[in-house]
Design a protein around this ligand. Sequence first.
Ligand code: ZN
Length: 244
Amino acid sequence: MTTAIAPAYLWIGAQEQLIHKTKNYLRSILCAAAGCLRCIVCRQVDYEQHHAIMWLAPEKEQYTLEQIEVIHRTIAYRLDDGEHFFFILSKADNLSALCANNLLKSIEEPPVGYHFILLAEQIDAILPTIRSRCQTEIMHGSSTLSQHNLLAFFNTANGNNALTFLKELETSKIGERESIQLLDTLLAAWITQAKDAVTNNNINAYKQASVYIELLKKAYVKPPMPGSSKLFWRNLFLQFQAVA
Ligand SMILES: [Zn+2]
């Protein structure tokens, strides 16, 4: 359907970021409109209910051989031409050597149409034998980190350097969903600051916080559209600057 899909991927990053990336990727392949976010396929991917995806996670602390056995049994079925099936192994850091070795051959040469995506936080925790069989990608800056990076520009009242901000924004990976989370975090932070200001009888600080709270509430009404998150944050930054 799209460009060649590798037999096995190993993606390293923060858990939430990896799940987000995985779903985006799967939607781009399985949705007829390459990830429209609205169709039934996109929603099934989102809810982890798509028939061509098996989501796996360690039972308690570790993956079990039974789970690996399920994979073996599944790939024993031949897929139709052009059909794809994906195994997603989240927290692959928790694959024991025994389980990993059991998976090696399947990962190296899965039957046509079957693919593996291994998600892990630490590349060091992945056996070299697994690593060498996967197309590996290490995410730069987890989503929490990039949120944190941008946060610093919005949670203090002293005017921030616009150039520094724009540079930070350029390199950050902020999407629509993270933007909403970031708005939540900021709003909570400023409400706390406003309360503190009241407690400390600091009228100026209270006024300042209230202005920011208003700006954030307005921003909620018009959240970023797909692909416009950076523009959204740039505009919000300018508004913050204007009232600093
Ligand atoms: Zn779709």
